[in-house]
Design a protein around this ligand. Sequence first.
Ligand code: SF4
Length: 254
Amino acid sequence: MDLSLLNTEKLVRTERTAGLEDLSAEEILAWALDKFSPRIALACSFQAEGSVLIDMMHRTHRSKFRIFTLDTGRLNQETYDCMDAIRARYGVGVEVYFPDAIKVQEMVRGHGLNLFYKSVELRQLCCGTRKVEPLNRALKDLAAWITGLRREQALTRNAVKKIELDHEHGDIVKVNPLADWSYDQVWDYIRKNDVPYNRLYDQGYSSIGCAPCTRAVKRVEDQRAGRWWWENEESKECGLHFNLNGNVEGAEGD
Ligand code: SF4
């Protein structure tokens, strides 16, 4: 398809332009970077999908692309190591967003440091404070953001499109180039291209978030089974890609 015909207004009107789903991850990324730079950035939590997308963007745009990450204050050391490895390998900066210190203080004073184990509501309060509010700040001046969402990751993600409008964030464009990729495709790409990746995967993790809320899984479990493992499947999103009422936004990992 002729990508020059694709514009934001058309996306707003139709929400989906025929043929987009047939584009490769590289084609989607190249189109999005050319169209929206510098008001586009990859939201990266240093999972395998983020590593793949950074490598792809580096091939076509060298270091001229933006990455942001949310440092919740509860990440694993391996995640910081991965961030440093990516900075060194690709020569890119990472825009780090932290939660509001006063809000974190109030939350911890009121409910304790490990409030997330007490109830779904308190877990969502923590995700809201440490992730969602910083994400809103990160997206404030962007026209588009790129995520590593894949349909296969969870039931809550099986309707994700490669390009969609993000109604939760002012109808900016949300680009999910790996929407139709499998777990094996991600790892084939990483091995074939010797891409830096988060070493927690070597310890049996299949999805990576905050340290107290993520654990290694057995191979037979689904890919996000290690996230908030004490909760039911329906509540297992943090509000970054889906609102905390459980509604699928727009029709995305961290
Ligand atoms: Fe808090 Fe856990 Fe959510 Fe991280 S994943 S923000 S520690 S509840």
